[in-house]
Design a protein around this ligand. Structure first.
Ligand SMILES: [Zn+2]
Length: 418
């Protein structure tokens, strides 16, 4: 009798085990997950929009769809922490409801990006319009740094009005839209006052968020030593960190080719250095000596807009490949495009592949050959590797599949794989 019950129990346990199933299993890819220290070939199972399991060998027969990632890299969905996506039709409004901003979904998924952070295109006056027009309309996860100027990046003299830079109202707006606003942005200021920075920090303190600084073009340039050591707090972000322009102070001393000692001190203190590539905000003349000094960016971002994407920048993977061509490792560029930016924007639920985490995943191929990487000054570096996005999964759903890696292509439950 006892044996009979035991046998029945065993059969039930076995049936439950067999019945366990996954929506997706990614087989044989080389997983790079900085937060969990994973850098080896692993399988990943996805169920109900979450990472269900990461293990050496997951039974593919338990999956509705299987993705063959052999020879590819499987990483958390990329986070681009500096973009301009407040697109609109007002020709005089630059990146703030204007035509120079870009539609997120048209460039993100095809480059492995699942989260973007708009860097100050909207301000505390017009964030609700940005939310309605862009955030709510996008499949991409769109977050934002709120501009300290009320209507964000409208361009021209409007962005110089210090009376419109209101730390209190920006802080209140950031708190009200806490799910979307991850920080406060200062940009394009050409004056000699510290008002924009100090009002942004005031807002940041109110909303418990970092500030991101894009130094404009002051003459003479504002001191970055004073910025890092007297105005910013640990956790604040300095974007365009490899810029070399006459009216912005650079981090590498052109005479000695050394990273300025206070820059190293600032990074140690917890200030994050972000690439924010843009049209003219990245120069090899800064990045190469910085790398030689052992100084690397905390986060890689594009500063994508209608101009930069068709210039030397192009897209997130192109910037990552470019940084690999001058000495960053694949593992380092992945970390700087996933876990590091997730921490900078205080969204630590993103940027990793822990079991139970949101299933935002990029599957990347590395092309080997001869590739030319140039900057806006015309300086060109030859590289041997280029990253290419094979597949992007957002919240457990395949949102981009370059080569039809998934079997079966059509999912009977949800229709076409994509
Ligand atoms: Zn920007």
């Amino acid at each position: 009798m006892f044996r009979c019950i035991l046998l029945s129990l065993l059969i039930i346990v076995q049936q439950v085990a067999t019945a366990q199933s996954y929506n997706l299993v990614i087989k044989g890819g080389h997983v790079i997950d900085a937060r969990n220290n994973i850098d080896e070939v692993m399988d990943i199972a996805v169920s109900n929009g979450k990472i269900a399991r990461v293990a050496k060998n997951i039974d593919a027969s338990k999956a509705t769809q299987v993705i063959n990632a052999k020879g590819m890299y499987v990483t958390p969905g990329l986070i681009d922490a500096h973009v301009h996506v407040f697109y609109g039709s007002d020709p005089d409004r630059y990146y703030s409801n204007g035509p120079l901003a870009v539609i997120p979904d048209v460039f993100t998924f095809r480059t492995g990006v699942t989260t973007v952070v708009d860097a100050g295109s909207s301000g505390w006056r017009n964030f609700p319009l940005f939310k309605k027009q862009v955030i709510d309309m996008s499949q991409t996860r769109v977050l934002a740094f709120l501009n300290i100027v009320g209507e964000g990046m409208r361009g021209g003299v409007y962005e110089q009005d210090t009376k419109d830079m209101d730390g209190k109202l920006a802080g209140i707006t950031a708190k009200r839209y806490h799910d979307y606003i991850v920080g406060i942005k200062v940009a394009h200021f050409i004056g000699s006052e510290w008002t924009p920075v100090d009002e942004a920090v005031k807002a940041g303190n109110l909303a418990n968020t970092p500030v991101m600084i894009d130094f404009g073009s002051s003459t003479p340039p504002l001191s970055i030593e004073e910025l890092f050591l007297r105005h910013l707090r640990p956790g604040d972000i300095f974007t365009h960190c490899f810029g070399q322009l006459r009216d912005r102070e650079a981090i590498v001393d052109s005479n000695t080719q050394k990273v300025k000692p206070f820059v190293l001190e600032a990074q140690k203190k917890g200030i994050a250095f972000d690439v924010g590539y843009g049209s003219i905000s990245f120069a090899f003349s800064q990045a190469i000596p910085a790398f030689k000094n052992g100084f690397y960016p905390n986060s890689i971002s594009t500063d994508i807009h209608a101009n930069s994407m068709n210039a030397s920048m192009k897209d997130m993977l192109s910037v990552m490949s470019k940084l690999m061509s001058i000495g960053m490792s694949l593992q380092a560029v992945i970390q700087a495009a996933t876990w590091n930016p997730a921490r900078e924007i205080k969204h630590e639920e993103l940027g990793h592949l822990s079991e139970g985490a949101i299933a935002d995943i990029a599957i990347l191929g590395v092309r080997n050959g001869k590739f030319g990487f140039f900057d806006y000054t015309g300086y060109k570096v030859e590289g041997t590797q280029k990253l290419e996005c094979e597949m992007t999964i957002k919240g457990g759903k395949i949102v981009y599949d370059l080569d039809g890696l998934v079997t079966p292509m059509v999912n009977k439950q949800s229709g076409w794989a994509n």
